[in-house]
Design a protein around this ligand. Structure first.
Ligand code: TYD
Ligand code: MG
Length: 407
């Protein structure tokens, strides 16, 4: 780290001062939330995601929205005209937003020196190259070195810098991953490209919690902030269909009701197929094995498909019971009432396990008009049931579940 010519001396920690409210409001509430309450001066944020997910759109939107702050958006991926066209689509005008199409860091630093922006966006780190290293742009050593140069610039000038990084489908990018330790914050932009919803998660954050997340929907005019995540839950349906259930999940710190859809049918060919989107296939297989072993459902010869509505990837274990209910409902071809939801984990011995923040889940379900919620018996004890009008049904074992479910 550069010391700026001065000799550094040890300082008593209590004498070190800082401004608590030096955070920049990005005018994007979801992004502010994920950053831990806005953008910290002099911080470097890596924003990774698969190609086409919307990283450039998100960053251009931030650049256009930050009126009053001089923003330099540096692109090595698109022409000025293309970026202008995208800005037209987003439909915001910002005289303080500047575009530079350049990939040489030496030239970029000259422009940074002239323009002195308050915020810098690099799209993408894989396109940059520096004269200090011989290898070609996009190689590991170029990515490391150009990122290190941007990081030094950021710390010396106290300017926040966003670095966009492409990630391959497998997540194993020979790129941004190697930068994670160098930057202050790592954000991942995720979603299924076939659906509109996108989730922004912090994988690392020196200035905030990593449990917050931001939710967006890609529309014709850019990314819309989704401030009420439970809206994602509904694939509009008028009539009762079997195989559909609702899980009361918590993603990050926010309650979110999510629809799960299962299709169970007799395997047409020898080996039954198991596939899922938005849910871990291994976990699905585990739940099916538990159903088979602990409650005697014959699923081994069935194809099972599972889908989380909105193409959102969920890692909350509380979704298990909704998945099991969807599988049972499809298998029996009995629809489950649309005013019913589920929040519990399922264990290997078929026990219905307690999950965290049950009160918050139950209140969200009640708020959204649900009439019944199935939870673990072990969670039930802790709940002040008088507070709620929604019927709370405690379940202890998977083998008891069936009779309660279709009663
Ligand atoms: P893009 O931001 O280019 O993705 P990334 O930088 O992560 O590769 O956006 C990708 C997709 O978003 C592209 O297929 C077009 C679509 N899109 C919209 O649907 N609406 C819009 O307003 C914009 C700007 C893009
Ligand atoms: Mg892009």
């Amino acid at each position: 780290m550069e010391s700026g010519g001065r000799v550094r001396k040890p300082q008593a920690i209590e004498n070190i001062t800082f401004d608590t409210d030096q955070r920049i409001n990005t005018k994007n509430a979801e992004l502010n939330r994920v950053l831990g309450g806005g953008l910290v001066q002099g911080s470097v944020i890596l924003i990774g995601g698969e190609p086409g997910i919307g990283k450039s759109t998100l960053m251009l939107q931030v650049a256009l929205n930050c009126i009053g702050i001089k923003v330099l958006y540096i692109s090595g991926e698109e022409s000025e005209q293309q970026i202008r066209m995208r800005a037209e689509r987003i439909g915001i005008n910002n005289p303080d937003c500047f575009i530079l199409t350049e990939t040489s860091t030496q030239i970029i630093f000259q422009h940074l020196d002239d323009l002195k922006p308050g915020l810098v966006i690099i799209d993408s780190i894989q396109t940059l190259h520096t004269d200090n290293i011989d290898s070609s742009a996009g190689s590991i050593s170029q990515i490391k070195e150009t990122a290190a140069e941007m990081q030094r610039f950021s710390k010396i000038t106290n300017t926040p810098v966003f670095l966009i990084g492409h990630i391959t489908k497998e997540g194993g990018l020979a790129g941004p991953k190697i930068l994670e330790h160098m930057v202050d914050t790592v954000l991942n932009f995720e979603g299924d490209r076939n659906y509109g919803y996108r989730i922004l998660r912090a994988a690392k954050n020196r200035f905030g919690s990593t449990s917050e997340l931001g939710i967006y929907e890609m529309q014709d005019s850019g990314l819309r902030e989704v401030s009420n995540p439970s809206e994602i839950l509904l694939s509009q349906r008028d009539e009762a269909v079997s195989g559909i259930t609702i899980a009361a999940t918590i993603e990050g710190l926010r309650p979110m009701l999510i629809e799960t859809q299962a299709l169970v049918s007799s395997a047409a060919y020898g080996t039954p197929q198991r596939s899922s989107t938005g849910f871990d296939t291994k976990r699905l297989n585990m739940l099916l094995a538990v159903l088979e072993k602990r409650s005697g459902f014959r699923l081994a010869t069935k194809d099972v498909f599972l889908n989380i509505a909105g193409g959102i990837k969920v890692d909350d274990p509380a979704i298990d019971l909704a998945v099991v209910a969807a599988v049972l409902s499809s298998n029996e071809d009995i629809p489950i009432d649309s005013k019913t939801c589920f929040a519990a984990e399922v264990g290997l011995s078929g026990e219905i396990r307690a999950i965290n923040r049950i009160d918050q889940r139950v209140s969200e379900a009640e708020k959204l008009g649900f009439e019944r919620i199935f939870i673990s018996k072990y969670n039930f004890k802790g709940i002040d049931t008088k507070r709620f009008h929604i019927r709370i049904i405690p379940i202890k074992k998977i083998s008891d579940f069936y009779s309660h479910l279709f009663s």
